[in-house]
Ligand binder design. Sequence first.
Ligand code: SF4
Ligand code: FE
Length: 484
Amino acid sequence: MKTAAQYEESLRKLNLIVYLNGELVENPVDHPIIRPSMNSVKATYALAEEPEYEDLMTATSHLTGEKINRFCHLHQSTDDLVKKVKMQRLLGQKTAACFQRCVGMDAINAVDSVTFEMDRKLGTSYHQRFTKFLLKMQEEDWTVDGAMTDPKGDRSLTPSQQVDPDTYVHVVEKRQDGIVVRGAKAHQTGALNSHWILVMPTSTMRKEDADYAVSFAAPADAEGIFYVYGRQASDTRKLEDSEIDVGNKQFGGHEVLMVLDNVFIPWENVYMCGEYEFSGMLVERFAGYHRQSYGGCKVGVGDVLIGAAAVAADYNGTTKAAHIKDKLIEMVHLNETLYASGIACSAEGHKTASGTYLINLLLANVTKQNVTRFPYEISRLAEDIAGGLMVTMPSERDLRHPKIGKVVEKYFCGVSTVSTENRMRILRLIENMTLGTAAVSYRTESMHGAGSPQAQRIMISRQGNLDHKKELAKAIAGINEEPL
Ligand code: SF4
Ligand code: FE
């Protein structure tokens, strides 16, 4: 396994082409806007080094019997699925941000079982190729960026009907030695902190869209790949060299547009090429795993936000108010409800044909559906408890100013035993998580990440088995439906 320091060094060796705010970035690792997101991924390596977290952060490879980082592991039991969620909650608690590495973990688990079943039905040999890649990933302890979401253009049109054929990633050329692909993946979490990318189709493809049913792995700095960095609210505060105003100085997450401009992929790294009948299964499984993931990561981030709200109440002197106590209880209740479904869809998982365990898809979709709602309510309650000062407070520079500083200290003091600076720190953290850079992952990503709410409702309607429920009701009601 890589140490945290080795991970950072390995990223420096990549030749990523990154545009941020209209400029080419020379050194993504040390760029002040990008670096906090690198720190979050680095935490997935650092925690794996600590004996205290060994059980959650590491696993035994089913391929080699070696100890590996759990992010490189294929789930071999429901216990592995449960530990995955617990690991994600832990990392959410430690970073209060998106630590990005789960998309690759979810992608390898989905690609593994789908290529196995595809080969069995179609006589292809994708699974063997994929296993070779997985072995290397485990040996090198790579961060792999699972890439699914295409830009999608006009949503009323299928991929091949789009005016611009590159709206969805597709195969533009098949050669003897490999394929050439073109298109883009949007909202790509953690791409700049990854060694490799693992691309999957974005939706169920039909026969006429077979060129879009494509899955492959490529080095993150392969020729023809470049990235355009996504802005986040208040991101330029990171350029001010302020510690308080950013809310969370150390950690963050990022999303980028990943452009694949005629990228050559050798056959050995191709895991689906035209087998459109299996595209839906791949999407369903990857999305299912990532919906499970949210029952861990968002809960961990929620723990920090609830803690921050409770500290703000202490500093405001409102802790004893009955309604504040009740709001904190409600926040905990909502957060633990998310965790409960994350654990439930894991405990109810089952073995697939390849041996890799899959979550219970109905419960994973219920988990994510709740995630589209509860973090919003938790955020609303945190803002309620924090008070309006969270958004009207002067800057850290004002606090440090030789003249104005005293004024800020005097008028923004809460309980007299706590410094104004500490009160500002906790309010800025809540601001960061509910309105600032981290609101990307705690709020809007809770809505749209791992699929927008309607995508889960479609899966819930498919998996909900309403007919069975009708039969139950008819049996209890003594209904006999013999023709009249
Ligand atoms: Fe992991 Fe959560 Fe970020 Fe997805 S949103 S990559 S599950 S931390
Ligand atoms: Fe996500």
